[in-house]
Design a protein around this ligand. Structure first.
Ligand code: ZN
Length: 75
């Protein structure tokens, strides 16, 4: 069985829990490299096991992660 950990707080997902799923996209263009995360409307296993998938147990963790992502980019 595959285990998912929250990318915000590190908690492990329980089977019955409904988590937030996102797919990170890294696009390296001519002018800049930028990272973005597309939040999916529902949890789906094929996307959840994707190498670029990110998993969050709550909105709070999602927001924390996004803030960190964009702060890191600015630094
Ligand atoms: Zn979490």
């Amino acid at each position: 069985m595959i285990k998912f950990a929250c990318d915000g707080c590190g908690r492990t997902k329980k089977a019955e829990e409904s988590w937030i799923l996102g797919l990170a996209a890294e696009s390296i263009g001519v002018q800049s490299a930028r990272r973005e995360v597309n939040i999916l409307s529902s949890w789906a296993e094929p996307e959840a096991v994707h190498p670029l998938a990110v998993h969050f147990c709550s909105d709070r963790c999602k927001e924390k992660y996004m803030r960190k992502l964009f702060k890191g980019e600015a630094a």
